[in-house]
Design a binder for this molecule. Structure first.
Ligand SMILES: Nc1nc2c(ncn2[C@@H]2O[C@H](COP(=O)(O)OP(=O)(O)OP(=O)(O)O)[C@@H](O)[C@H]2O)c(=O)[nH]1
Ligand SMILES: [Mg+2]
Length: 201
């Protein structure tokens, strides 16, 4: 079994020149505001308030770095989680929004230490324009050694028939609830595998 047995907040960066050195394999959580980026970081690390989450969209404004250790077969694997502000958050002034989106897209595009983009999509809203744009963008800018993993969030809000429908449309989909923990182990396994490319028991 793969677990994350250590997780520490390292730094918040407001500007590109404040970010950490690219000295570790990183997992960047991408998605629209309120989709559950900060919450899944807490669920994956089993630390309730490691990343700040809120029902008010736009909670995460900075680029937040968390150093973690995966443990598999008594061996540790270092990695870093990156919590990012949401795409599409509108309730700030136009100039702030523009600056933020610019910082965010520059970071995502230029950061070679990101080895995995986790694109979070609300399982209740599968066809949002913003998600299509994010997906197209990630596929466009990703380098050969960067992977993309789509995870559907908030599965606890779905009825069984909606879960079945989603599975029918996306047979290999990864669905999680950070609230009740469903799918979190599977997500941990897939993230580990994407980074370290080892077989999962
Ligand atoms: N029911 C349910 N609520 C969730 C789940 N994940 C997150 N939420 C709630 O959704 C809201 C937004 O969660 P966040 O994790 O702050 O979302 P975010 O994507 O980080 O949002 P920004 O930082 O604004 O971009 C909070 O009220 C969370 O409690 C989930 O799996 N199930
Ligand atoms: Mg957040």
């Amino acid at each position: 079994m793969i677990i994350i047995n250590e997780a520490n907040f390292v730094k918040s960066a407001e500007k590109i020149d404040q970010v950490l050195a690219e000295d570790c394999s990183e997992i960047a959580f991408i998605g629209r505001s309120n989709v559950g980026k900060s919450s899944i970081i807490n669920a994956l690390t089993k630390r309730k308030n490691l990343a700040k989450s809120s029902s008010t969209p736009g909670k995460t404004r900075l680029i937040n770095f968390f150093d973690i250790k995966f443990k598999k077969d008594e061996k540790n694997y270092s990695a870093r989680l990156v919590d990012l502000p949401g795409f599409g958050y509108a309730r700030v002034s136009k100039s702030i929004k523009y600056e933020w989106q610019k910082t965010l897209t520059q970071f995502i595009k230029e950061r070679v230490s990101i080895k995995l983009f986790v694109h979070l999509v609300d399982s209740r809203h599968l066809d949002l324009k913003i998600d299509k744009e994010v997906s197209a963008y990630l596929h466009d800018i990703r380098r050969a050694d960067q992977k993309i993993l789509v995870i559907f969030t908030k599965s606890d809000k779905l009825k069984q028939k909606d879960i079945s429908l989603l599975k029918k449309i996306y047979p290999n989909s990864l669905m999680v609830s950070s609230l009740n923990g469903k799918g979190i182990q599977k997500a941990t396994d897939e993230i580990f595998n994407a980074l370290f490319g080892l077989d999962i028991d």
